[in-house]
Design a binder for this molecule. Sequence first.
Ligand code: WT7
Length: 659
Amino acid sequence: MSQSESQHAESHNIENMLHEERLFPVPKAFKPQVSFKSEEEYLAAWNHAKDAPAEFWGQIAKENLVWETPFETVMQGDMPETKWFQGGKLNASVQCVDKHIGTARQNKAAIIWEGEPGDVRVLRYQDLYREVCKFANVLKTLGVQMGDRVTIYMPMVPELVIATLACARIGATHSIIFGGFSADAIADRNNDAKAKLIITADAGWRRGKEVSLKKTVDESLAKAVTVEKVVVYRRTGCDVEMVPDRDYWWHELMAKAQAECEPTPLDSEHPLFILYTSGSTGKPKGVLHSTAGYCLGAAMTSKWVFDIADTDTYWCTADVGWITGHSYVVYGPLSQGASILMYEGAPNWPDEGRFWQLIEKYRVSIFYTAPTAIRSFMKSGDQWPQQYDLSSLRLLGTVGEPINPKAWMWYHTIIGGERCPIVDTWWQTETGGIMLSPLPGVTATKPGSCTKPLPGVVPAIMSEEGEPLGDNEGGLLVMTQPWPHMLRTLYGDHERFKETYFSKIPGLYFAGDGARRDQDGYFWILGRVDDVLNVSGHRLSTMEVESALVSHPSVAEAAVVGFPHDLKGEGICCFVTVNTSTANPGEDLKKELINHVRKQIGALATPDQVRFAAALPKTRSGKIMRRLLRDIAAGKETIGDTTTLEDYNVVAKLRTEDE
Ligand code: WT7
């Protein structure tokens, strides 16, 4: 190959050099309860769904959803305009509650809840049913109708789930906003959705402090013109101002509400919810999900990936304000009749052992959390989990970003006692449910890989030009077939929807991640393609450099960004937080880390700068805000949207450390 040819070829693909060779078979102790039991079973289902998707999904939808009116067709139209289960009518709240009433599950705990101060509530399926019906009636008496949008801005209390399902019951489209967002962020989202009503609470508990919510809502209402009424749940009892004829107490309305409420039969494509997610630029995107397709996806993936059985106590630590909470706290597990644990507060309150203490106390068997949480637990030390009995755990999961092999190994040994499969689940707000993941009773795992596509998911790795790439070639991760739980549009902006997800490779779904598939058919996510560095003409995944850094014993967490470099085009800048045991990191450690990365990946990946930081700037969902770090690395003032930043002081500190 001539030099120009080779440069041409390189520019298409993402270099990937960190290859993890360890393979972990399904632990002997793990017996799948309701999920796939063998590789053959999985392959048969996967091939069936690929070759005859309408037949596959049609059969599954008949068996797994409760229909008021059966559907006539399974899928109609090409991606992105595919309509699913046309002619059918159903209600999402029926799939989560009514379905279990009159069965042995009606007296089973649906929600086991613990507040941050330690208060405990248990709602059986019958209790949840009654509360959802009552609150659905409350919404009706406040004038909410089918098709209206309702905003929910609440702490992690059972009433958050009740409000969500009550909206679904009357066909109001819910828009849940995470309780950490600012008044401006709420106002923008309310205006975009033209929300009629907002459900909130006086405050919630976080690290021993009251986080006021009603006050923030009040502030947002000065700018949100469509909101007519506010319902306030009393959680902490703090003082709030109630505006007559606008603000109503939850408990006063509920005291008068009827206990029965017929679910409204809704079209399969009826908009179940809008969830706002930030793009790299511009205003937040209102991802809209449907009723039938979304519910089916949440139900099936909960069954296949989490293997939820009646004997399980299931805990997904995500806030309901994120898609993970929608799909794997509410719609998925409740459709399976699961007993879910829900916890209000912070993982490190009153100390770093809180999560492990909760697992011991409630005998949690399935635990689903994020790599960023795992890394922060690792940083605080093994002595915390080691104080507790974690033997009830049988299955572990992760989501949100690639998990570096070091954190995977820690999760596997220290938390899972080497007896629990780890399901590394790749998906997005837009995909509605898990797309790539191990099946816990079938798939041998490789630390750092989300392994293989679930049935119904047909991914491909392509070059920028839309050419399929071969084994171990890094490229764009696309979906070549529609699936029931994919987003239907961006609320109010169908053009932006088509442009954002279906234009890079025309006709195929692409939502921004790079990946490679190895020789065994395993997928390795290389991060967002906007996080790709271009060092001397080589596209290099920032995630690989981060993973190499984190594999060094002194490093707790790392974030890598590019900065303009005269010679290389882009230089590599590494922000590193060290373990608590590493005192005063200095020049020696910097040199050591640079060599470490060189050794792990190669000379091409040699960091140009290493900067030690006390903490990294993260969004409230735990994603590192690389855009901010890029600005710092380039010596620029920070511009753009920082409304999702968890702790703004972190940025200020990084700047001063720079000077
Ligand atoms: C992005 C989606 C889906 C729930 C939480 C985040 C990254 C997610 C993984 C994983 C590697 C992952 C991707 C994706 N991501 N899960 N298991 N391995 N990367 O939802 O905010 O919509 O973010 O998170 O980059 O595109 P989201």
